[in-house]
Ligand binder design. Structure first.
Ligand code: DLL
Length: 438
C-alpha cells in the first residue's frame, strides 16, 4: 500500500510523542504571545510552555469552544497580521455567526501535504483523474482537496458541487477515475446514473473519497456497489483546518489522524475528563503547526472514539472511528439519546427501503414524537395499502428493538425526499417551534 510521507506517517510512536510534545510547547508559547484570547485563558490557568512537564499535562490546558471562536469574529483569533494571511475560508454559520479561518503561506503548504497523504491513503496516484464535486468557495472542501491533487501530480477536474447531469457527463467523457464529494451526493450521483440509463461500466471510476458528513458502513457498501468503486472516509473541520485532519487507508478500519500536526483526545462531554482509548466521547483537537490560527484543545462536538491498535497499512498514527454525529445533533426522544446515524443503520438493513430518509420530531403536549420518513425501493413500491403497512410495521419493530424507542414510520415514494448536493439535512426538529414560537 502506498504512503505519501513514509517518514512522518510511519514514525515510531515514542518519537512521535516527542515531536508532539515539543510542538505543543512551541504552540502554547506562540498562541499566548500572539493571541490575546489564549494569553488570558492560559494565564488564568497558570499554564506556560515551561510548566508542562509531559504530555499528561495536556489535560490541564483549558478548552476552546465554538462560542470562543464565534466571539472572536472575524479576526480576533488570528496570530499573524492580515497581510500575511493568503487565504480565508469560513464555516457555514448555520448556528449563529460563521467562523472565519485564515491560512498563512506555510499553512497552505502543510494543508496540501496532508491532503496528498489523504488521497494516497484512499488509493489515488498521479495517474488518476480526480473529479472534485465539493463546493469551491468559503467551504473548505473544494479548494482544500484541490491543491493536494495537484501536489501528487494527478489531474484535477474542479467541477464544484451541483449540476448532476453535467457531473455525469464529465465523469464519462473526461474519464474521471476518482470522485471526491459528500457521501450523500455520491449516492445521489449513483441514482442519477441509473436514471440516465448509464451503467458503472460506462465510467472509469475506481475510487471515491468521501467526507464532510456522517455516514454508515452500510451506506459505504451501497455506494461501492452502485458505483463499483472502493470508497474511503475522511474527516476535518474548518476551525482546525478543513479536510485532512484524518483519513482512512484502504484497510477501512478507522481514520488515521495526522498526529504530527494534530493532537486528538476524547473527553466526556459532561465532565470534560479525558477518556482512555476505545471509549466514546467528544473529540478534542489541538493544532501543532498552524500559524494563522493556532487552536488549542478545541471541542469539536463530534462523537467518536480513538483506536490505538496497529493498522495493517503500516501507518503508526492512531485512528478515530467514524463520528456517529455531533453532541448538538443528538436527539433526545422521550429521554432516550438517539443519533440519526443509528436510525440510518437500521434503515439500510431493510431491503424494501432506500437509504434516503428524514427524521421529523414534534411535541404533542409533553410527549416527543418521532416520525421516520423513508423512501420505499422502486421494486417494492405498491398501491396496495396492506403491503405498505406491513413494511412500516417491520421498520417500527426493528427501530424499537435496536434503539428502544417507538417511532411513527411513513413510507414515501421513491425519489421524493429532497437530494442534497452538499451535506444532507436529515433532521427536522419542530419542537422549538411548538414550544415557544409566537
Ligand atoms: O466539512 C471539512 C471537510 C470537507 C471534511 C471535506 C471532509 C471533506 P465543516 O464544514 O467545518 O468542515 O464541518 C465540519 O462536519 O465537525 C463533523 O461534524 C462533520 N464531518 C466532517 N467530516 C466528517 C466525516 C468540513 N468524515 C463538521 N464523518 C465536523 C462525519 C464529518 N462527520
Amino acid at each position: 500500500m502506498l504512503i505519501w510521507d513514509k517518514t512522518a506517517e510511519t514514525m515510531p510512536r515514542d518519537r512521535l510523542r516527542k515531536v508532539q510534545f515539543d510542538r505543543l510547547k512551541h504552540i502554547l508559547g506562540y498562541a499566548s504571545e500572539k493571541v490575546p484570547f489564549y494569553r488570558e485563558s492560559l494565564k488564568r490557568h497558570g499554564i506556560t510552555p515551561r510548566s508542562l512537564t509531559s504530555m499528561d499535562d495536556l489535560s490541564l490546558i483549558p478548552f476552546t469552544n465554538k462560542a470562543d471562536m464565534q466571539a472572536s469574529y472575524p479576526y480576533d483569533m488570528f496570530a499573524i497580521p492580515l497581510e500575511d494571511v493568503v487565504r480565508i475560508h469560513s464555516s457555514s454559520g448555520t448556528t449563529g455567526k460563521p467562523t472565519v479561518v485564515g491560512y498563512s503561506r506555510n499553512d497552505l503548504n502543510v494543508w496540501s501535504d496532508l491532503i496528498a497523504r489523504l488521497l494516497t491513503a484512499g488509493g489515488v496516484t498521479r495517474k488518476d483523474i480526480v473529479q472534485i464535486a465539493f463546493g469551491y468557495g468559503l467551504f473548505t472542501g473544494g479548494f482544500g482537496l484541490h491543491y493536494g491533487v495537484e501536489k501528487i501530480g494527478a489531474t484535477v477536474i474542479p467541477v464544484s458541487s451541483g449540476n448532476t447531469d453535467r457531473q455525469l457527463m464529465i465523469m464519462k467523457d473526461f474519464h474521471s477515475t476518482a470522485l471526491v464529494c459528500t457521501p450523500s451526493y455520491a449516492l445521489y450521483l449513483s441514482e442519477a446514473l441509473e436514471e440516465a440509463h448509464m451503467r458503472p461500466e460506462d465510467l472509469r471510476l475506481r475510487v471515491g473519497l468521501f467526507g464532510a458528513e456522517p455516514w454508515t458502513e452500510n451506506m459505504r457498501r451501497e455506494i461501492e456497489k452502485k458505483l463499483r468503486i472502493s470508497a474511503t472516509d475522511n474527516y476535518g473541520l474548518s476551525e482546525v483546518m478543513g479536510p485532512g485532519v484524518s483519513m482512512e487507508c484502504l484497510c477501512k478500519n478507522g481514520m488515521h489522524i495526522n498526529e504530527d500536526h494534530f493532537i486528538a483526545e476524547i473527553i466526556d462531554p459532561e465532565t470534560g475528563n479525558v477518556l482512555p482509548y476505545g471509549e466514546t466521547g467528544e473529540l478534542v483537537i489541538t493544532t501543532l503547526t498552524k500559524e494563522a490560527i493556532p487552536v488549542i484543545r478545541y471541542r469539536t462536538r463530534d462523537i467518536a472514539s480513538l483506536i490505538d491498535t496497529p493498522c495493517d497499512c503500516g501507518r503508526t498514527f492512531i485512528r478515530m472511528t467514524k463520528p456517529q454525529g455531533r453532541t448538538d445533533d443528538m436527539l433526545i426522544i422521550r429521554g432516550v439519546n438517539v443519533f440519526p446515524s443509528q436510525i440510518e443503520t437500521v434503515l439500510i438493513e431493510i431491503e424494501e427501503t432506500d437509504p434516503h430518509y428524514q427524521l421529523v420530531i414534534t411535541r404533542e403536549g409533553a410527549m416527543d414524537e418521532l416520525e421516520i420518513r423513508v423512501e420505499v425501493n422502486e421494486s417494492f413500491f405498491s398501491d396496495e395499502m396492506k403491503k405498505m403497512r406491513e413494511i412500516e410495521e417491520k421498520i417500527r419493530q426493528k427501530v424499537r428493538n435496536a434503539l428502544g424507542i417507538s417511532a411513527h414510520i411513513k413510507l414515501v415514494e421513491p425519489k421524493s425526499i429532497e437530494r442534497s448536493i452538499g451535506k444532507a439535512k436529515r433532521v427536522i426538529d419542530m419542537r422549538a417551534f411548538h414550544q415557544g414560537a409566537p
